[in-house]
Design a binder for this molecule. Structure first.
Ligand SMILES: NC(=O)c1ccc[n+]([C@@H]2O[C@H](COP(=O)([O-])OP(=O)(O)OC[C@H]3O[C@@H](n4cnc5c(N)ncnc54)[C@H](O)[C@@H]3O)[C@@H](O)[C@H]2O)c1
Length: 308
C-alpha cells in the first residue's frame, strides 16, 4: 500500500515509517520539522519527504495523491507547549486534522489512523481507565486532541472513510529525544548519562502506564490493516510502575548510579494511571509485547549514542 505519515520525522512517526518500509509499503512523509528531526529519516532514502505544514491545503492535497492509509501524527505535542502556545496548538491539532480529513475523503483514502492522547481524560477518576471514562481535559492540548478525535469519528460516520483514534498513554523508546517538553524517561536518561542527580516530584510512589514505541507501531499497523474498524481506543501496556522503580531500573540498565532527590509534588499530576486495553485487543488484535525492563535497557543503549 501507499501510506502517508504526517509527523513522520518525529519520535513515533519515524518508528512507524521504519516498520512500513520493512513490510514493503511505499511511504510519503509530511512534516514541518516543528519538533521532528530530518535525520530520523536519513536511514530511509526511499521515503518521499515533503517539508510542509498540515495546515496548508495545497501541500496536504499533494501529499494525499494515491494514498490508501494516512497515519496522522503531526501535532503540537504536550500540555506544557499548549499552555504556552494555545492558539498554535488548536490550529495544528484541530484545523490541521480537519485539513487532513478533508483531503483524505476527497482523495478516496481508505483509512485515517489518528494519534490521540490519554490527555483527553483530564483528571483520572477510576483505574484501569476504559474508553468510556469521562473526558474532561485540563489543558488546551487535551482539548484539541479531543476535538480532533470527534472530527475523525464524525467523518467516519459521514463518509466511506474509516477512522481509528489511538489514545496513547506514556510512550517511550528509540528516537525519543530530551527537550524542554520531554517526558520523564528521556529526562531521567539524560541525567543518568550525564551523571547528574534525578529529581522525582513527590514521594515517587505515583504510578504510570508506559508503553514501548514498538507496541505503538504495532497498534498503528494493526488498526490500519483491520477492515471495517473505526472508533477510539486506548493504547498502553496495561501495566503500571512507580516512578521510584522506573528510576531504579533505568540506573540499573545503564550501570549508572546517580543520586535520587525528591522535590515537591507537581500540582495537577495524577497519582495513578493505568489503561484498560481490552477494546483495542478485541477490535484489531493489539497485544503489547515489550517487557518494560527490557525496553528500558534497549532505550538506555540507544540513548548512550544519541543523547550525550
Ligand atoms: N510521545 C507520547 O508519549 C505521546 C502520547 C500521547 C500522544 N502522542 C501523540 O503522538 C503523535 C506523535 O508524537 P511524538 O511523541 O512522536 O512527538 P514528536 O514531536 O516527535 O512528533 C510530532 C511531529 O509532528 C511534526 N509537526 C508538528 N506540527 C506540524 C505541522 N503543523 N505540520 C506538519 N508536521 C508537524 C513535528 O515536526 C514532529 O515531527 C502526536 O500526535 C502526539 O500528540 C504522543
Amino acid at each position: 500500500m501507499h501510506a502517508l505519515v504526517t509527523g513522520g520525522a518525529g519520535f513515533i512517526g519515524s518508528n512507524i515509517v521504519k516498520h512500513l518500509l520493512a513490510e514493503g509499503h511505499r511511504v510519503t512523509v509530511l512534516d514541518n520539522l516543528l519538533s521532528g528531526y530530518r535525520q530520523n529519516l536519513d536511514p530511509f532514502p526511499q521515503v518521499e519527504f515533503l517539508e510542509g505544514d498540515v495546515r496548508d491545503a495545497v501541500i496536504v492535497e499533494r501529499a494525499m495523491q494515491g494514498v490508501e492509509v494516512v497515519f496522522h501524527l503531526a501535532a503540537s505535542v504536550g500540555n506544557k507547549r499548549s499552555i504556552e502556545h494555545p492558539l498554535e496548538d488548536s490550529e495544528i491539532n484541530v484545523l490541521g486534522t480537519l485539513r487532513v480529513l478533508e483531503a483524505a475523503r476527497r482523495n478516496g483514502v481508505r483509512k485515517v489512523v489518528f494519534s490521540s492522547s490519554a490527555g483527553i481524560f483530564g483528571e483520572l477518576k477510576t483505574i484501569p481507565i476504559r474508553e468510556d471514562h469521562p473526558v474532561e481535559p485540563d489543558s488546551p492540548y487535551g482539548a484539541s486532541k479531543l476535538g480532533a478525535e470527534k472530527l475523525c469519528l464524525a467523518y467516519a460516520k459521514l463518509y466511506p472513510l474509516e477512522c481509528v483514534c489511538l489514545r496513547y498513554f506514556n510512550v517511550y523508546g528509540e528516537n525519543q529525544r530530551y527537550d524542554a517538553y520531554g517526558n520523564v524517561i528521556p529526562i531521567f536518561a539524560h541525567k543518568i548519562l550525564q551523571g547528574e542527580p534525578i529529581t522525582i516530584f513527590g514521594d515517587g510512589e505515583q504510578t504510570r502506564d508506559f508503553v514501548n514505541v514498538r507496541d505503538v507501531v504495532q497498534a498503528n499497523y494493526k488498526a490500519a490493516m483491520a477492515r471495517g474498524v473505526s472508533g477510539a481506543f486506548n493504547i498502553a501496556s496495561g501495566t503500571r510502575i512507580t516512578i521510584n522503580r522506573l528510576a531504579e531500573w533505568m540506573c540499573e540498565a545503564s550501570h549508572g548510579l546517580v543520586p535520587i532527590q525528591h522535590g515537591s509534588p507537581r500540582p495537577g499530576d495524577v497519582r495513578h494511571s493505568l489503561a484498560d486495553i481490552s477494546a483495542a485487543s478485541l477490535a484489531f488484535g493489539f497485544a503489547p509485547t515489550v517487557d518494560l525492563r527490557e525496553g528500558l535497557a534497549d532505550y538506555m543503549t540507544w540513548a548512550k549514542g544519541a543523547l550525550v
